[in-house]
Design a protein around this ligand. Structure first.
Ligand SMILES: Cc1ncc(COP(=O)(O)O)c(C=O)c1O
Length: 362
């Protein structure tokens, strides 16, 4: 039986050629030889039209480093619990406390009214997640940040190529963090990027460049200095070369995702499903199903892979607390991700829709 994968990176001859070129160059780390990392940063910045970009080796590293530039130690950062655990880990890694907030059940993004309710004197930043690629209400979040004089950093791991009010995600806030994990819209073996929008962007990039490589500064020939701690977070040349190929076809790949999402939105007979929005890049397409385990087994028996994004972070042992987030907890039990990627055929889309409409109520 044919399998329909939940995620599947889209590659062609150009990626194969790029990988061989980097392999043969014998320069595999960044900053040497083929210069794919610098080129990727430049092209990505041009694509989203931000002030600057810093490539790193994962979305997790991007979040860790971006937050490390803010004054958040021993303070609180507001985030949704419905996210990948890295969103919260990046706060802990910077000695701050995650404060989880419920999401809007129509968008799965943080509800701005609920954000305001938990802002206190200890709040140092807001960390919204553009869930599935659908942008959060950035106007309301910006207003809240202005009112309370705090910054926001965007977790845009799902939102490569998404827009908000006709401007690409990565151009609204001071720091936006992307992931290029193999399942993401722009796929690498592993990769991430921080987009910077600030009049001081050159200085901020310099600091981030140092932090992404063990704190190394003032490199001249074999000499260098280290003034503060840094990590081994640089992007490698293979990832960057693949990223350049993927960036060239990102709009085309996202267009295909959007067409699938439009069809799902129109033809899936469920009230609770991801809305359709032209500005969304559709990293995920979610539906809510009451009898989730049985439903997923049925789809699996037809060769249709599904996923769960996510088990809420505040329900994981490390983050468990008494705080209740009723909407997130309900969604955590019912959310199902269905296949959405450029390699799905029209027949497969029809098969998925038919199966969902048949088994959603079991
Ligand atoms: C919402 C969200 N944040 C952060 C990350 C972390 O990205 P990475 O896997 O590249 O470290 C992911 C990736 O899975 C994610 O989905």
């Amino acid at each position: 039986m044919e399998k329909i994968k939940l995620f599947d990176p889209s590659t062609s001859k150009s990626e194969e050629k790029s990988m061989i070129n980097v392999l043969k160059s014998h320069f595999w780390a960044s900053g040497a030889g083929t210069n794919n990392v610098q080129e990727f940063e430049k092209q990505f910045q041009k694509y989203i039209k931000s002030d600057n970009t810093v490539a790193v080796n994962s979305g997790t590293a991007a979040l860790h480093l971006a937050l490390s530039l803010l004054d958040i130690s021993k303070k609180e950062v507001i985030l949704p619990s419905l996210s990948f655990v890295s969103t919260a880990h990046s706060i802990i890694l910077n000695n701050a406390k995650p404060i989880f907030v419920d999401v809007d059940p129509h968008t799965m993004c943080m509800d701005p009214e609920k954000i305001e309710k938990v802002i206190t004197k200890k709040t140092a930043a807001i960390l919204p997640v553009h869930f599935g690629g659908l942008s959060c209400d950035l106007d309301s979040i910006s207003k809240l940040c202005l009112k309370h004089n705090i910054p926001f950093v965007e977790d845009a791991a799902h939102a490569v190529g998404s827009s908000y009010k006709k401007k690409k995600i990565g151009t609204h806030g001071k720091f936006t963090c992307f992931s290029f994990h193999p399942v993401k819209n722009l796929a690498m073996p592993s990769g991430g990027l921080i987009s910077i929008n600030d009049s001081n962007h050159k200085k901020l990039k310099k600091i981030l460049n140092s932090k992404r490589w063990c704190g190394i500064t003032n490199r001249i020939n074999s000499d260098y200095d280290v003034k503060e701690i840094g990590w081994n977070y640089y992007m490698n040349e293979f990832s960057a070369a693949l990223g350049l190929d993927q960036l060239n076809k990102l709009d085309k790949m996202n267009k295909k995702r959007k067409l699938i999402a439009k069809k799902y939105f129109r033809k899936i007979n469920l009230q609770e499903k991801m809305p359709f929005d032209e500005e969304c890049s559709y990293h995920l397409y979610w539906i809510l199903i009451k009898n989730r385990t049985k439903f997923r087994k049925k789809l699996d028996s037809l060769g249709i892979e599904t996923g769960i994004h996510y088990k809420p972070i505040h329900m994981l042992s490390m983050y468990k607390n008494k705080k209740q987030l009723p909407i997130t907890e309900k969604i955590g039990k019912q959310i199902v991700s269905i296949p959405i990627h450029p390699n799905i055929s029209n027949n497969q889309i029809d098969k998925i829709i038919t199966a969902i409409n048949k088994f959603a109520e079991i």
